[in-house]
Design a protein around this ligand. Sequence first.
Ligand SMILES: [Zn+2]
Length: 142
Amino acid sequence: MASPRSKLTDAQRRRIMQAVRGRNTGLEMIVRRLVHSMGYRYRLHRRNLPGSPDLVFGPRRKVIFVHGCFWHFHQEPGCKIAHVPASRREYWWAKLSRNVARDSRQQHVLSAEGWGVLVLWECEIRAGDGRTLQEKIRKFLD
Ligand SMILES: [Zn+2]
C-alpha cells in the first residue's frame, strides 16, 4: 500500500527501482526474449525472494539470475570480462568480493528453501548463436 505522502505511482516507483538496481539491462532482455520464445512462462524480480531473481518460474520452483561478469565477478578462467580494475585495486577487490559473497549467500538460501537456481553469465549469453544457452535453459527448466 502506498504511503499517503507519496506522490509516485506504482509504475513510477518501479521504474526508479529498476534504474537504481540496474535491472532491465540489454542482457536480461536477451534472456527474457529467448526464454519466452522457448514457450516458458515466468515472472520478473520477485522481491520476496533472496536476491530478487531476474526470472522466476513459480510452479517449477526455479529461478534464473542474469549476471554481468564484471559486477558479479565471474570466477571462470575463460571469462574475458571479469577483472579487478588497475587503479584502486584494493577498493575494487573488496567491493567485488562482497558482491560474490552476497550472491553466494542468496543462492544458498534459495536452495535451502527448495528453489532450483541457474546463473546465466554475460559472457555465455553473448557467446555463440544462443543454441548452447537454449539447451542449458531447457535442461534446467524441464
Ligand atoms: Zn564471464
